[in-house]
Design a protein around this ligand. Structure first.
Ligand code: ADP
Ligand code: MG
Ligand code: ZN
Length: 485
């Protein structure tokens, strides 16, 4: 925590999400990433005079869906406005956005840090078009470049702007809010969640105020936070900076700042623009948008299960809230869990295997489940065998990699590798007796009270049985054998 006890941080996030529609918001050009520069362009998105925008219905559908997922009110009627400014990446000289009548308002997002849950208000969600992209050629950055190129592929790509209330109180909460919002947007399939590529962008508004003061302090807005880590670090830096300025008797200037990852600081970019600078006025080429309640109901009915509901369902299946959270945060593990749990009597054990062993295998090999022949049903079968004590945990670990990476049948692997559990207590007793005979010195140590040697003897038994003996059974038989000596 970077706030001192005398100051409290106040944070609000503005998030821009590029929508995964096939086409742009006001024309039929493809809305995709990575095309040759200026190839997904037509007279409408290039801003030719005399062209007219036609609203893409899918954008409205995605906006309604997002609004509903954020518990917003959906406006029965809203409109588009022109936000006027000049920049070379904006050929029309204005951006079509929504100003005073956004499509969705007054929602919230539940955000958890450790065990504490906070409801962050959603002020508004509105639709707008993205601008083009400037490519500065030569030395790094605009200032040092020889010349700049304009790529209009991104001009007219649909965006949702999602504005939170200033309800966030720490950088950890801001990060958790952004992670949860990203998960929600990706779950809804309206956005790809790629902060690094800029298809999901986040600006952080940060202020501090003396603890207990009701009035908000002057804020700065930090832009270009293209990872969760940068978001958190930039906010921490900014809180410290503002507290320092105020403690030294200075004042905070309302301005836009940038995060520098090299220098680990935020620095001033420009003074903050006001809404009046943009000369907003209603877009005359688009009629007001009327949304009837049956459309909203249809969209609501099509919505997938949301992360919060999924966590609750997992807890109801017997998972700990922590495990439920870990699975839901990693969508591919959650899908694997659903498929495996559907055919198993042991959902809690499946969750543990996924979170610990499967996740470790994936991390070590830098693998993704989607790229593997992995079948969740096979994992379920493996876990079932462990739970029914047909194989030991150690044996299951030996076959897991082949099950995950090669999609092999665990029962066949167990038979092939001779890993079925030693169910025969008599055979295990014989092994133990032989080991104790061969380790008289350790047995004597144990007898003299040095019980630590038990670990060594257990290890010998496990080695001898190649992990096929159940640890609980080994422990009880070993104890009994030692007591008899
Ligand atoms: P704009 O940036 O266009 O002026 P708003 O005034 O609506 O827009 O605020 C944008 C964001 O800044 C919102 O997320 C809001 O919660 C947040 N915000 C507003 N005032 C403060 C403040 N004093 N401290 C921190 N965040 C604030
Ligand atoms: Mg802003
Ligand atoms: Zn176009």
């Amino acid at each position: 925590m970077s706030t001192t006890s005398t100051y409290e941080a106040v944070i609000g996030l503005e998030v821009h999400a590029e929508l995964l529609t096939a086409t742009k918001i006001f024309c039929s050009c493809a809305a995709r990433f990575g095309s040759e520069p200026n190839t997904d362009v037509c007279p409408v998105c290039a801003g030719f005079p005399g062209t007219l925008p036609v609203l893409n219905g899918k954008v409205v559908e995605f906006a309604i869906m997002t609004g509903l997922a954020l518990h917003c009110d959906i406006a029965p009627r809203c409109k588009f406005d022109r936000k006027n400014y000049f920049y070379p990446d904006l050929p029309k000289g204005y951006q079509i956005s929504q100003y005073d009548q956004p499509i969705a308002t007054k929602g919230f997002l539940e955000v958890r840090v450790a065990d504490e849950s906070t409801r962050v208000g959603i002020h508004r969600v509105h639709m707008e078009e993205d601008a083009g992209k400037l490519v500065h050629v030569g030395a790094a950055g605009l200032a040092g470049s020889d010349y700049s190129l304009v790529d209009l592929n991104r001009a007219g790509v649909p965006l949702l702007e999602i504005v939170s209330e200033p309800d966030i109180r720490s950088s950890e909460q801001a990060r958790a809010y952004m992670a949860e919002l990203r998960l929600l947007l990706v779950t809804l399939k309206v956005n790809d969640g790629r902060l690094e590529e800029g298809s999901l962008r986040c600006d952080a508004n940060v202020s501090v105020r003396p603890a207990g003061q009701a009035q908000l302090g002057t804020r700065t807005e930090i832009k270009n936070l293209n990872s969760l880590r940068f978001l958190q670090k930039a906010i921490d830096f900014e809180i410290d900076r503002q507290v320092r300025v105020l403690s030294e008797g200075g004042v905070i200037v309302q301005e836009t700042r940038l995060w520098s990852e090299e220098r680990q600081v935020t620095y001033a970019m420009r003074s903050k623009e006001e809404a009046s600078d943009y000369r907003y006025f209603p877009e005359p080429d688009l009629s007001p948008l009327v949304i009837d309640s049956s459309w909203i109901a249809d969209i609501r009915a099509q919505m997938p299960e949301l992360p919060a509901a999924r966590r609750t369902r997992y807890v109801d299946l017997g998972l700990s809230p922590y495990d439920a959270g870990v699975l839901v945060d990693q969508m591919e593990l959650a899908s694997a869990f659903d498929a495996a749990a559907a055919v198993s009597a042991y959902p809690k054990a499946i969750a543990t295997w996924l979170i610990k062993d499967v996740a470790r295998l994936l991390n070590e090999g830098k693998l993704r489940l989607a790229d593997l022949p992995f079948q969740p049903e096979q994992l379920a079968r493996l876990v079932d065998m462990v739970e029914r004590q047909e194989i030991t945990v150690a044996a299951a670990r030996k076959v897991l990699a082949a099950v995950v990476a090669e999609g092999k049948d665990p029962a066949a692997l167990v038979a092939e590798m001779g890993l079925a559990a030693m169910a025969d207590a008599g055979a295990l007793r014989d092994v133990i007796e032989r080991i104790l005979d061969a380790h008289q010195a350790q047995v004597a140590e144990f007898k003299s009270g040095k019980t630590k040697v038990l670990g060594f003897l257990t290890g010998q038994v496990m080695r001898q049985t190649q992990g096929r003996a159940q640890p609980q059974q080994v422990a009880s038989l070993l104890e009994a054998a030692l007591a008899r000596r």
